[in-house]
Design a protein. Structure first.
Length: 266
């Protein structure tokens, strides 16, 4: 301001419609309210979806479909050497506590095999039943939905199949906690990983959904799992399935003969 000059008069900025000041970069009040409501509804939707995942059936797991026969004894390689000790890739380690499920220094591949629970269906698995029961319950309590490597598809899908086969052989999932956990795992697989099918064939996801849809009693949700798994299976070539996959799907049709055979795809 030059010396001796009067201060410039203060003028109000021109306003646009709805009281919006020109030059004000904030959105109009009406738009702000709309955006605020959109964000609020979106967050509420996420919380509602999380509650849906964590509460399988409002307090109780769904009933099971009656099985015509038991699953045969396992024949895979043994990986448990003690109640909390495992050997993968020639490396033996002990799971110290619940935090061990997410111990990254052990390596992604080793941890991934730990979360698969292949030992449930390994040779002489019946001799380790008490170990397995304690381990399955520990996993269900220590691994919340979507948290940690156990919720990635390469571990999630095989674990669902392993838990179901184990229960069909000897009723291993007697705990309500573990059975609820299984439902949550299938829901998570169905809603978050089935979309990966567009990236290429995923026989592990198709197989897990078929097993879950067959294992749980006929209901809206189990029918959706079975239907989606069957559709996914129908997109595969015979060479996409391993010998173990073909064997397991054939055995599943014998366990549940009233269901249409899941291995009868084209």
């Amino acid at each position: 301001m030059p010396d001796g000059s009067a201060p410039l008069p203060v003028t109000r900025q021109a306003t646009g419609g709805a009281g919006h000041v020109r030059g004000d970069r904030r959105p109009p009040a009406g738009l702000r309210r709309l955006l605020s409501r959109f964000v609020r509804d979106y967050v509420h939707g996420l919380k509602r979806h999380e509650r849906y995942l964590m509460d399988p059936v409002h307090g109780r797991s769904p009933s099971l479909r009656p099985a015509a026969r038991r699953w045969p004894a396992g024949s895979g390689p043994r990986s448990m050497t003690a109640p909390r000790a495992f050997s993968f890739q020639g490396i033996e380690r002990v799971l110290p506590d619940s935090r061990g499920w997410h111990h990254q220094p052990w390596g992604q591949d080793w941890i991934g095999q730990l979360h698969r629970f292949d030992d449930l269906n390994a040779v002489d698995a019946e001799q380790r039943r008490d170990w397995h029961r304690a381990l399955v319950l520990n996993w269900a309590v220590a691994n919340g939905p979507g948290r940690g490597p156990g919720w990635e598809a390469p571990s999630l899908a095989p674990r669902i199949v392993n838990w179901i086969k184990w229960d069909l052989r000897g009723g291993g999932l007697a705990s309500e906690t573990t059975r609820r956990s299984l439902v949550v795992q299938v829901r998570y697989l169905r809603h978050f990983f089935s979309r990966q099918w567009r990236d290429g064939p995923r026989p592990d996801i198709a197989k897990a959904l078929i097993f879950a849809g067959s294992y749980f009693a006929d209901g809206r949700e189990s029918r959706a799992w079975l239907r989606k798994g069957m559709r996914a299976l129908g997109t595969l070539a015979p060479t996409d399935l391993s010998t173990e996959d073909l064997r397991d799907l054939a055995l599943l049709s014998l366990v549940y003969p009233d269901l249409h055979p899941p291995h009868g795809h084209r």
